[in-house]
Design a protein around this ligand. Structure first.
Ligand code: B16
Ligand code: MG
Length: 217
């Protein structure tokens, strides 16, 4: 019984949200305002362009097209300087255990991320070879909550959407998984991810038995 298991990156496999935050914060500071950790929550799963638009809204700033492009590049350079320091120690608890189990049972394993840096990050944490399909911000024309990213992942795994399971930490990502007709598993709080089929705080709460049941359903 082969199923497709699709993982979001930031907030599921690694916590890169803290690096996105540092980079956006220094950019906001440069523009004369600040952003809080609470505001950063709203940027999770959101594309780079959309994130900057939202941040400029918070600071009541408008930029010329040129300046917008300049700040986008600056943010990414800053973010990449954090990524450069990453190693396998940053993989979130019990992710390796789950991936090993899925490999042993010959399941499809894919990445479905909004990040344009996803491949680089997977290489840094030594997981690049684990994924049979990697679909990221470079491969889609419509961002989450549109299901495109997960539908392409299913296709690349040679599985139908109804045989796919998505692990997501963002509201938009869970909505995208549901729209794709896949089983959605929220990683985070029940409060924000209540629209997911199942919610767990993190992978340490997910029993192998549960994964086994998903494979056999
Ligand atoms: P980049 P995910 C998302 O990753 C992040 O959650 C979000 O904060 C970020 O803006 C987005 O990737 C784009 O990232 O600037 O690297 O292209 O959660 O979809 O894996
Ligand atoms: Mg995420």
């Amino acid at each position: 019984n082969k199923k497709g298991f699709i993982f979001d990156l930031d907030g599921v496999i690694v916590d890169t949200a803290k690096y996105h935050y540092l980079s956006w914060k220094s950019l906001a500071n440069e523009l004369g305002f600040d952003i809080t950790l609470e505001q950063n929550e709203q940027l999770k799963g959101v594309s780079r362009v959309r994130s900057l638009e939202i941040i400029l809204g918070w600071g009541n700033k408008t930029l010329t097209e040129e300046a917008f492009a300049k700040y986008m590049a600056e943010k990414n350079d800053n973010y990449l300087s954090h990524i450069a320091q990453m190693d396998a120690g940053e993989i979130l608890p019990d992710i390796p255990k789950t991936l090993n189990y899925l490999q042993e049972t010959q399941q499809g394993i894919a990445l479905g991320s909004a990040s344009k840096n996803a491949r680089k990050i997977l290489q840094k944490v030594n997981l690049y070879e684990t994924f049979q399909a990697i679909v990221d911000g470079n491969d889609v024309s419509k961002a989450k909550p549109d299901p495109e990213v997960f539908l392409i992942a299913a296709q690349q795994l040679n599985t139908v959407p109804t045989d796919c399971i998505v692990f997501e930490d963002s509201v938009a990502g869970v909505t995208a998984a549901n729209a794709a007709g896949m089983i959605s598993i929220g990683i985070g709080s029940d409060e924000t991810l209540g629209h997911a089929d199942y919610v767990f705080n993190d992978f340490t709460e997910i029993q192998t038995r549960f994964i086994e049941e998903l494979i056999n359903r």
